[in-house]
Design a protein. Sequence first.
Length: 182
Amino acid sequence: MQLRRRYKYIKRYRKIANVLLKHGFGHIAHRLGLSKFLSVSGKIFSKRESSTERFSLAERVRMAMEELGPTFVKTGQILSTRSDLIPPDFITELEKLQDHVAALRFETVKQQIERELGRSLEELFGGFDPEPLAAASIGQVHRAVIRFVFLWPELCSSRFFQIPPRDGYPCAWLMVGNCQPL
């Protein structure tokens, strides 16, 4: 159990180090002691200039936070409200984390639902809209028609929010959490 957890953390540290390097912050990864977690290709290219150098520093910070997932996005959202601490160009970029969040790919959403509920999407739902109604930093919402009424308790024990049936069909608004680790 302990070894599995350690491996999970090492994977996350590698992801953070590679994202920092990708966005021109390799020096920060090095100062934080994360450079030992860089992938082989990351170590080879760490000496080269980042391909994101054409973006401003504020843009690169925002892009790195987006790529690193919900915890970093939330941190950026909070920082965007602190004009007493953060320069205006950073505030402008970090504000984009408030309302310009990219939706997860449908395949990722499908895999997560199937993993959490232990059944295929086709078994669970008579219809499932692959386009999200809304996306946010910690999840997104899809409209779906539940295939069998007896599945409602199963859905309620997961991270789903139900609404009353419409037109005689049981429906649910599905909140699918972000698949990246915190």
